[in-house]
Design a protein. Sequence first.
Length: 330
Amino acid sequence: MQNSEKLLEKINFQEIFDELERRKAKVIGIQLPDGLKFFTKEIAERFEKLGFETIISASAAYGACDVDLMLAEEVDVLVHFAHLPIRSLKKVIFAPYYYDFSIELISNHLERIEEREISLAGTAHYAWKFSELKKFLEDKGLKVYLGKPRGRVRVPGQVLGCNYSVVRSKARAILFVGDGDFHARGAAIYTRKKVYFWNPLSNEFRTFGKEFVDDFIRKRFLRISKAMEVAEKGVGIIVSSKPGQKRLAIARKLRNQAEKNGIKATIIYFNDINPEALENFPFGVYVNTACPRITYDDPERFGKPILSPQEFEILIGIRDWKDYEIDEFR
C-alpha cells in the first residue's frame, strides 16, 4: 500500500460522502493544512470519482479558525480537513485527522516523570486516545487528571493555541502528547507547572520547566519595555476576520483604554496577518487580538513590537507587571 493511501486511511471519507449526499451537494470546496496539501490530487480524486466537482483552497489552515469563508460562498459545501470544529458553520464540514500511536512507548520515559499526579493534554489528533492512555498510566501508579471539554474544546484533554482550560487541575505537572511543542510550551507558561512533552511518532521526550517559563517571561517583558519607547508613534490594534479569532469588542475596549491614557490607537482589520502586511502601516506598536500564536510563536519575524492584549494593559498602566498572563480565548 502506498504511503498516501496509508495516510489517508486516517480520514473517514465515507462519513464525509454520506453527509454530502444528505445535503445534496454537488460543488465541493476542499481546504487542507500544509501537511496534507501534498496529497491534494489523491483527495480530490476521491470526490470526483463519485461525481462531485471540486475546488481546492490555497488558504492556510493552521486550525479550525482558519476556514476559507470566501471559497465557502462559491461552493455548496466546504470540507475543512484535519481539525475539530470550534464553532458550527452552516456550509462547512470538518473532517478530523487522528494519529494512531502506541501508548506503550511512554514506558521508556516514565522514570523521568518525577511527579505522581499529572494532567494529560494534547492536540485533537492525539487526544482521542487519552482515555486509554490514562488507564495505562494509572496502572503504572500515576494519578492522572483528564480535563473535560467545554466551549471551543471538543474532546477531553484537548488544548488549542488559544485555550488551555483542560489543564486547570490539581495536578502537579502536565504530560503533553503531540508532534509539535508550541502547545506544550504554552501549557507551561499558562500553568507555571512543569510540562513533559512526548511525541509518540518519534518517541521524543523533553521537559519545559521553571527555567523555560522564566526565560519566556523575561523576553516578553523586554518586548513590552521596547514597545513603551515607541508607543508615541501610534498603536495598531489587530483584529482578524477569521471565525473563532475575531475579537472586535476587545479591540474597541483596548483602543478606548489607550486613549484615556494618552496613547493614540487605531483598529486594523485583517484576514491574513503577517510581517509584510504590517510593514505597510506606520504604527510603532501592534496589539494582536487574533490568534495568540502570532504574538508568541515567532516574534523575531516582526520588525516592530507586537503585544498581547494583556501585555498592552501593562504598557498603558492598567495591569501590574506581576499580574502577567498569556492570552487565551475563554
